[in-house]
Design a protein around this ligand. Structure first.
Ligand code: FES
Ligand SMILES: [Fe+2]
Length: 417
């Protein structure tokens, strides 16, 4: 498999097979999803001792627990006896998890606590200390965001985030107390390759006036301008926004929008990254997309389900310090815009699934996608925005972030061979 030929980002050309090929997908699970720091969820989903939730790392089901009050642990959600999915709930509170097949039970710190017939069936010989849950070796937090990696030798999370950390900080750490996830996680599947969604989140402002023309027409979003920026923050991470933030339409005026306007006018200049609030759209490599607008803030993790399908999980985020009525109004706005019932999300989903349907054709696969927009245009962010800000900036309509995403993907697929 020659990834250098498949992903020729310096020419803006990418083979369609990277979205459809089974062999590439299996390598991707190994070289991207079993290597990178992946987003598991937010610590506000684990408020109390014994709280847990389930999620995925690649295709592996993962159980995340809060143990002894302050330790967050992550385990493969798979019984060690015969591999049954141990916990089948999305979230809850319990300290013992019992397997539905033969009732081996595990404590929330991963120990094998109980085995039916331990004396009769196993004659007391089974070494329970060896058959606890498989633990994800590295778990680290960034302002409440829980990340984990299977790679014992991975760089620390902060290094992995690299230049993105300073910008992401302005999304989740701009008010005293930070942010929380409100009202659960929305989960749904669409027939799309996860990279199409990540590439759209990272840098595709070009589609907005067309794909989302209808939500502009009804006043949910203001007519998009062409001034703005795309910032490639390094290591495949990127974000972008219209100048002054993504403007909302007049159809729904949320109290949160007023709050953001006020916040922007009071921001101090001593943190140069403040200029980018709200950050707009973005993607943390590989599969954590986000939106930070005058209307809502959300994370969307696109868990791969084979090359042809993805399971999206969306999280609505709010500053903890905001009043409850503003949180609830923002939650309604979020449900109207993103997630399975969201008007923007449905438009994007339809495009993604039609692209994938087209990629099933034999002839279609021979041709490349075009990522030439803004090739060679980028400048260091510090030249345009001052301070010591990391990364490179391109025009609002530019594919700088998509090229950076695929370049990083290609490097991992090659280096981890
Ligand atoms: S598979 Fe879990 S107890 Fe047998
Ligand atoms: Fe979109």
């Amino acid at each position: 498999m020659n990834f250098k030929d498949l992903v020729r980002v310096d020419e803006g050309l990418i083979s369609r097979s990277i979205y459809t090929d089974d062999q590439i997908y299996q390598l991707e699970l190994e070289r991207v999803f079993a290597k990178c720091w992946l987003y598991l969820g937010h610590d506000s989903q684990l408020k109390n001792d014994g709280d847990y939730f389930t999620t995925y790392m690649g295709e592996d089901s993962i159980l995340v627990t809060r143990v002894d009050g302050d330790r967050i642990k992550a385990f493969l959600n798979s019984c060690r006896h015969r591999g049954m999915k141990l916990c089948r709930s999305d979230a809850g509170n319990q300290k013992i998890f019992m397997c539905p097949y033969h009732a081996w039970s595990y404590s929330n710190d991963g120990r094998l606590a109980g085995v039916p017939g331990y004396e009769n069936a196993y004659q007391g010989k089974l070494d329970k200390t060896k058959w606890g849950l498989v633990e994800v070796p590295r778990v680290e937090l960034f302002h409440g965001m829980i990340f984990a990696t299977w790679d014992q030798n991975a760089e620390p999370l902060l290094e992995y985030l690299g230049g993105m950390a300073v910008y992401l900080d302005r999304v989740v750490n701009r008010m005293e107390g930070g942010v929380e996830v409100i009202s659960g996680v929305q989960k749904w599947r669409i027939p799309a390759n996860w990279k199409l969604i990540a590439d759209n989140a990272a840098g595709d402002s070009y589609h907005v006036p067309v794909t989302h023309g209808s939500v502009v027409d009804i006043g949910l979003r203001a007519r998009p301008g062409r001034q703005g920026h795309q910032v490639s923050a390094g290591k495949g991470h990127g974000f972008g926004s219209e100048a002054g933030g993504i403007p909302q339409g007049n159809a729904v005026r949320s109290p949160y929008a007023n709050f953001i306007e006020k916040l922007r006018s009071t921001l101090s200049d001593d943190q140069p990254a403040n200029k980018f609030i709200p950050l707009g759209h973005g993607n943390i490599f590989p599969n954590l997309g986000f939106l930070d607008t005058a209307r809502i803030r959300m994370f969307r993790v696109s868990h791969p389900r084979g090359p042809w399908e993805v399971e999206n999980h969306t999280y609505c985020l709010m500053d903890k310090a905001l009043p409850d009525d503003m949180k609830m109004a923002t939650r309604r706005d979020f449900i109207l815009s993103f997630g399975p019932s969201g008007m923007f999300e449905q438009e994007d989903g339809e495009i993604m699934s039609e692209i994938m349907a087209g990629l099933r054709g034999h002839v279609s696969k021979r041709y490349e996608f075009n990522f030439e927009m803004g090739l060679g245009d980028e400048k260091p962010v510090k030249e345009t925005s001052g301070g010591d800000l990391p990364g490179y900036v391109g025009r609002y309509w530019s594919e700088i972030n998509q090229r950076a995403f695929y370049r990083h993907w290609r490097d991992l697929m090659t280096a981890n061979a």
